[in-house]
Each structure stands twice: as C-alpha cells, then as structure tokens.
Design a protein around this ligand. Structure first.
Ligand code: DI6
Ligand code: FE
Length: 397
C-alpha cells in the first residue's frame, strides 16, 4: 500500500508535529516501510500506483491509554439525582456510587459485559483508535475481576483493535471489607492478581491511591507483587487530593501516574526521574466539576511526557470520545493542540509500554488515521465532529 499527496503529522521529535507536507507512506506486511516527502522518494518506488489522498492529514492512529469500558449497568440515575440536589451520601445510601457498578458487574454475564464494552470500543474505533487500555476494578472479588479481564481480552478478537489490560483490584472495597483495606488487599487483591496473571490476563497493575480509596502503604504490596510477576505498574494518583501516589509510582518505575490534578512540582520531578508518563484525564475533571488544574507547567519544565485519555467509566467520566478528550485537554487544561495530539499518540503508547506504535516511522506498525483535515490543530479544535476519513490498522483498512 502506497499513500501519497498527504500531510503527515508523524509526531516524531524535532519539528512541530513532525510535519511532512506532501508526504508519502509505503506500507508492507502491516508495517510502515518508508515515510518521507514525495521529493525524497527512493528510486524504484512507482508513485503512479499510489493512492492520492488529496492533501488529507495522516496521523498515528490514536490510543486510549486509560479506560474502564468493561462494566455492568450505568449511573445515569445517580447523575440525575445529584443534579436534582442529592448529596453524595444520599446517592450512596440509595445504592449509587462505584459500589453500584460493582453489584451490576458481578450480576452481568461475561458475554453481556463484552457486548456493552464493544459499544464503547466501537465509538472509540470510529474516531480511529487502534489501542484501548481496559481496567478491571468493578469486581472486587477474584471471580469478577478475572471475568472483566477476559471480557476485555475478547474485544480484540471481535474488533480490529489492540487491547492492553490493567489489573485494578485495588480500586475500592465492598461493605464486608469496609475499614479493612489491608485485609482486602491480602485476601482478595493479591490472590486475584496471581490468578489473573497466571491466566495471561494482565498487562499491567494499577491501583487507586486516594483518601477515599487506598493509602500508599496499602497499595505498595500490589506494586511489589507486580514486580515479582514481572509486570509494569501504573497508579491513579493525586486525583482528589495529594496522598503520595505519584512518588510511589515513580519509585516503582511506573509506566504512568494518572489524573494527577493535585500533583506538585516535586511530584513532577519524581516522574521525570523515573521516566513515567503523566496521564491527564479531563473527562473526569469536567464531570466532577473539579477546579484544581494538573501542574502542566511543571510537567513541561521537567520534560514529563503528558498523555491524554478518556477514563471512560460509568461514574466520573462517561466519555467515549478521544477527540473530545483532546479538545478538553486544550480548553480545560490549556495544553497546546500539539501536546494533545502527542498525548493520544506518542505519549499514550509510552504510557502502555508500547514501542511499536504512536509515531509514523519505518519499522513500526501501520496504525494510521486519515482525516478530512488540512492541519493537525483541527483535531482538537472542533467539538462533537468526527473528521475521520479512514483508519488503517496493521496495514489493513
Ligand atoms: N478514579 C475515577 O475517576 C474512577 N476510578 C478512579 O479510580 C471512578 C470510577 C467510578 O466512579 O465508577
Ligand atoms: Fe480511571
């Protein structure tokens, strides 16, 4: 496959967007073989046979590096109650909150979890997404955590997309373990992780480090077990308050620390030292009416790579649009459109430990998005408009 007459935002470093006007991409065996300006085309390549993209923009296919798209039920009723004035406690007493999603997820058979997740995955794929990270964390028992991860894996059997799974057993505790977080980690979380990892269901280990969830001391055994199992880690950290999750993540060489609204400049330096990505989730910021902005300036100054993702989940971020996440990154977090695009391509790949995708370069997978757009800023600029012209996944499409 030879694509010609396109504007390429390769996202390779050096120039803004790694832009190549009037570019050509040669794809062979699912991989990018050659990329460059038409004038540099190697001898022997017959451009006449190429497909004329009429000046359209090509970017690396977006990657959604933080989602919870496998879950039972929804929380629309809770959303409505809160907007009618119910307090968080009243919602919880009426059976709402994260525990209601746990109940629904336990009750939902794996096939139905899968079909619900496919609807959300399809919305992402329609915007060109080629890799979706999917977390467990609405089971909170051994059986349901593994059921969620099996459903997540099956998405990639049924759709042209890659799935990376994260074990998020340490997400919340159910009533029987209320006030006994450490017991929950020992009795449920660690055995569930061991089992899921043995079944090959886990690509990374995640945890929710927060005042309303787990302390750094409670989470650390999960990271230590991940290390024993040879699995990379990431953490939900500093979302609602600063409890030290970012520094713990950095100490374990985490792939990423996610949310990080309440992270400090010192936390940013820790992430820079460990080479971890800051994954920013403006959908949750927006839904929760948060006002504390993540320390974007400190991330920039320290060279911390920033990724952007949907956090698609039924409670704090019912968002299944990577393009809207990019727009929110720019409008709410004041990221530049170039940072937003790097956030869903190069840096999202890094947040998942993927080195075969995320930029347009020879030898990498041909996972590309072709847009009805003339310049990359258009992807972040419009709201509720999908300019995807075509998606190429592993050289197909
Ligand atoms: N942070 C979040 O924003 C979600 N999980 C997490 O650790 C919330 C998930 C939910 O409300 O269902
Ligand atoms: Fe999340």
């Amino acid at each position: 496959m030879l694509l010609k007459n396109a504007t390429l935002a390769t996202m390779c470093r050096g120039t803004p967007y790694g832009l190549i006007p009037n570019g050509v991409i040669l794809i062979e065996d699912g991989l990018i073989r050659w990329v460059g300006p038409e004038k540099d085309l190697p001898a022997g390549l017959d451009l006449a046979a190429g497909e004329d993209l009429e000046g359209r923009l090509i970017t690396p296919a977006p990657i959604d590096c933080h989602t919870h798209i496998v879950h039972g039920g929804d929380r629309a009723g809770e959303f409505e109650m809160r907007l009618e004035g119910a307090s968080y406690e009243e919602v919880a007493r009426a059976g709402g909150g994260i525990v209601s999603t746990v109940t629904a997820t336990r009750e939902t058979p794996e096939d139905e979890l899968l079909s619900g997740a496919l609807r959300r995955a399809d919305a992402l794929i329609a915007e060109g997404v080629s890799v979706i990270e999917v977390k467990s964390g609405y089971g909170l028992d051994v059986e349901t955590e593994t059921k969620m991860l099996r459903a997540a894996r099956r998405i990639a059997d049924l759709r042209p997309v890659r799935v990376k799974t994260s074990f998020l057993g340490a997400h919340a505790v159910t009533t029987e373990y209320k006030g006994r977080n450490a017991d929950y980690i020992r009795d449920i979380c660690l055995p569930a992780l061991d089992l899921a990892a043995a079944e090959g269901l886990v690509d990374a280990v995640d945890g929710f480090c927060e005042g309303i969830a787990f302390s750094v001391e409670e989470i650390e055994p999960m990271l230590a077990r991940a290390r024993q199992l040879g699995l990379p880690v990431k953490l939900h950290a500093e979302q609602l308050s600063n409890t030290g999750g970012t520094r713990l993540a950095a100490a374990y060489g985490a792939l990423s620390a996610d949310h990080v609204e309440y992270a400090t400049a010192e936390d940013a330096r820790a992430l820079a030292a460990s080479g971890s990505v800051a994954v920013l989730l403006p959908g949750a910021f927006y839904t929760l009416h948060e006002t504390q902005l993540p320390p974007i300036g400190a991330f920039r100054e320290n060279g911390v790579p920033m990724a952007l993702a949907t956090d698609c989940n039924p409670g704090s971020s019912p968002l299944a649009s990577i393009l809207l996440a990019m727009n929110m990154g720019c409008t709410l977090f004041r990221m530049t459109p170039e940072e937003a695009l790097a956030g869903v391509t190069r840096n999202a790949a890094k947040a998942l430990g993927l080195d075969d995708t995320g930029i347009i370069a020879p030898g990498l997978r041909a996972d590309l998005a072709i847009w009805d757009a003339a310049q990359p800023a258009e992807l972040s600029y419009r709201i509720g408009f999908n300019p995807l012209h075509r998606r190429i996944f592993g050289g197909e499409g």
